[in-house]
Design a binder for this molecule. Structure first.
Ligand SMILES: NC(=O)c1ccc[n+]([C@@H]2O[C@H](COP(=O)([O-])OP(=O)(O)OC[C@H]3O[C@@H](n4cnc5c(N)ncnc54)[C@H](OP(=O)(O)O)[C@@H]3O)[C@@H](O)[C@H]2O)c1
Length: 289
């Protein structure tokens, strides 16, 4: 790998927003590590991007965010392959329509959208470069979330509602961002989160995608839906800004009151560390003012 190439790690590259963001990172000259659960699909995208950007450095790594062991294996592979990471984009996301459990027994939507990325981020922190950026893809739906309880995460049952579960997982993305930003304050590493807009991808219900031609002002295609992620990842004006929630027009906005509650952020941080098996305190990171 060329020493000059900055290194980006991104999850969920095989469809939707992540596919577009991966392409733009390759275009921008990043060595891109594309983390996906469907490795043949990731490899196909890698070949497509390599044909388009012959000088791009692209690697595909298996990472199923629904399995903490897979996340740990992926982080170990990255430790060997990319000792210095400049950009980490937690983009992958899902919504489980029925109450299902992850490989580790947690409610599946929360496991994929929060616990997997929480573990991946925690494991990669020691490898993050000075001035590195972390971008967490949340959603405006976090405004609709109720407080996260341990029971909802460990015991999804008859009262399961997919919309509530998805909103809760996206609230966790914002709370994680704010709690981590506080911890990274003196390190030079930034972490921000975003709502990409309502974007016509696999995640949206099919009926809403079918209505897209009639709703073009409200529903973005994936190209447009990638704008805020790319802004937070690449735009020089974001440098040094951390602990913020951005809307689909790249504007920092107040997050929901529950997301801003520091006690709740800390409660989630501690529960998440215990659930994924990380120490509650961060490893020692170099201080940079
Ligand atoms: N679309 C919207 O309107 C909208 C609105 C707000 C926020 N978001 C957020 O935007 C992000 C990107 O979503 P999208 O709209 O681009 O949806 P998408 O087209 O469904 O893409 C989601 C990506 O996540 C991957 N993924 C799902 N489960 C995974 C797992 N267990 N392990 C690893 N990867 C997994 C998918 O992999 P496969 O290709 O293997 O399925 C896919 O590559 C998500 O965080 C989502 O919550 C989307």
């Amino acid at each position: 790998m060329s020493k000059a190439s900055p290194v980006a790690v991104i999850t969920g590259t095989t469809h939707g927003i992540g596919r577009i963001v991966s392409r733009e990172l390759a275009r921008a000259g990043y060595a891109v590590f594309m983390l996906c659960r469907d490795v043949p699909a990731g490899a196909a995208l890698g070949r497509e991007l390599a044909a388009r950007f012959p000088r791009a450095r692209l690697s595909v790594l298996p990472c199923d965010l629904a399995q903490l062991a897979s996340v740990r294996e992926c982080a170990a592979a990255l430790t060997a392959a990319a000792p210095r990471i400049d950009l980490l984009i937690n983009n992958a996301g899902t919504v489980s329509l029925a109450p299902r459990r992850s490989a580790d027994g947690f409610e599946l939507t929360f496991a994929v959208n929060h616990l997997g990325p929480f573990l991946l981020t925690g494991l990669l922190l020691p490898q993050l470069a000075p001035q590195a950026r972390i971008v967490n893809t949340a959603s405006r739906i976090h405004f609709r979330a109720g407080r996260c309880t341990a029971a909802a995460v460990t015991d999804p049952g008859a009262r399961y509602r997919s919309r509530e579960a998805y909103a809760r997982s996206k609230l966790a993305n914002v709370q994680h961002t704010f709690a981590l930003a506080r911890r990274l304050e003196s390190t030079g590493i930034s972490v921000n989160c975003l709502h990409p807009g309502v974007v016509s991808t696999n995640l949206l219900p099919r009926w809403l995608r079918l209505l897209k031609p009639f709703l073009s002002a409200q529903v973005f295609d994936a190209e447009r839906g990638a704008h805020t992620t790319l802004h937070l990842a690449l735009d020089a004006r974001v440098g040094g800004r951390s602990g913020l929630y951005f809307d689909e027009y790249q504007r920092p906005q107040p997050a929901a009151p529950l997301a801003q509650d520091v006690a709740l952020q800390e409660e989630l941080w501690q529960m998440s560390c215990d659930w994924v098996g990380l120490p509650r305190a961060l490893p020692d990171l170099p201080v940079r003012h």
